[in-house]
Design a binder for this molecule. Sequence first.
Ligand code: ADP
Length: 572
Amino acid sequence: MFSKILIANRGEIAVRIMRACREMEIPSVAVYSEADTHALHVRQANEAVLIGAAPARESYLNSTRIIEAALQTGCQAIHPGYGFLSENADFAADVQAAGLTFVGPSVEAIRAMGLKTEALRLMQAAGVPTVPGYQGGGDYGQAAEQIGYPVLVKAAAGGGGKGMRIVRATSELSEALAAAGREAQNAFGDGRVFLEKYIESARHIEFQVFGDQRGNIVHLFERECSIQRRHQKIIEETPSPFLDTDLRSRMGDAATEAARAVGYVNAGTVEFIVDKDFNFYFLEMNTRLQVEHPITEWVTGLDLVKLQIRVAAGEPLPFQQADVSQRGHAIECRVYAEDPANGFLPAIGTAERISEPSGPGVRVDSGLASGDEVSIHYDPMIAKLSVYGTDRVDAIARMRRALADYVISGLTTNLEFLAAVIDHPVFVRGEATTGFIEEYFGEWRSTLPPNPLSVYREGESNAIQNVGDPWARADGFRMGGGVTYTVGKGAKAITKRNIGQGENALAAAMPGQVTRVLIAEGDTVTRGQTLLLLEAMKMEIKISAPRDAVVRKLLCAQGQIVERGQTLVELA
Ligand code: ADP
């Protein structure tokens, strides 16, 4: 077994991996950026190494610096967590070249699954069903006609729901191809796109797979992740209410086949899309631990992180397929600093006070403690809340209780929104598809009072006089049957006013980096035209023209970091 492991990540997943290390009595080394000097993962590690400035590219994506830190501290292995460098084949290769173990699959497997188009070809060859599609090289229009509308334009190098466009008619195709290509180029440095049949009323159902270095491959059952916003998961559960024993078994076999096709070692996830007629199609394979791994841990009783470390150290899987079973029901909610009533725009700020739910069958994987900050530099996920129940009804009731017990003040969060989703009859009936949030929650608004704390920070002291100290008013903030009061509605109001779709000045709705400038001073622009792209907390925000106009002044440049409310463009 390893004598020391470096964790090349931050936030809740770094803390999660450290917990496994501690239980295995393996000292862990944290790495951190200048923005994370006081972060929870740094406080919890045995040792911590500063690796660079706040922007991820200078720290958590700086593979050379991370490998140096591992060598300096005498580590034998690096666990990449998820996100950042976890699916970067070059990083895995460099880790190995430095004489260290990469806790994950082989470089070849990461590479093979890294490009969706390549992965799809591999799967077709292995007999795993894929969505009818077209990989390019000829006439996209003709291909789309043949596939039949609606089609989905997807980025070959895609991830995180980026570079995806639904196209319902020929007239929309060329623009969607160009936009998706641009977004993909920005996000992944690779603008290649391909087409897939867009499956309506679909379910996202994925299988956890695991392989060891001796060629054993098993699956650990499914996770249903159909509750999504912007093609990104927010609530996951297992077992899926959509699968019967037969379909589960066929999909499990296909997942194992998919993993076998690339000689898969360690933890991976094979994602499928399932249509309303119960046909399933391979979407992609994620060659890492998944955010939603706790629900698999709940129902199988396994610790996936410990298993990852054991397998990476050369131990065989301690069980076979027939030994694994699903028991009970588990649900996970991703708690984000974001505003669901405002396009799920990420929010920043300091978590003044966090009080997490606990009790039977409740687990919180958190990377943030009271007083910690959610900054513009990283993903706005605060924590993962997962619950276990004897059956689905029990698990839903427990999640409702846990969400009601969760208190986060000082930040705008999605807690109230999650509670509303959990209570929705379509979700309760187990009938939600990937379009569920858009269909039923487009007009969702908070019913909670504004946030005096964040309003105060913005200098709007009148709101404070109106509302008073929230902690002195325990009753008023527990509306909607005990739903947790999420502070930050005041911040939303301010954001809305900072959005600046005013007459002449367009301002940044949130702090971030200008990733693209698509106009120049003097240009004539039309209503709806994209002028700038802004990126913050892994989200891309379009600044588009509110009306036909001329660009009078361009007040920012590509690559520039801008403040919330800063004027970026003046129109005339
Ligand atoms: P990413 O790697 O960016 O997360 P995925 O291929 O995993 O992209 O897809 C993300 C989500 O987009 C899926 O969970 C599903 O909701 C939707 N999606 C992807 N492909 C299709 C498709 N062919 N038809 C319908 N929905 C799709």
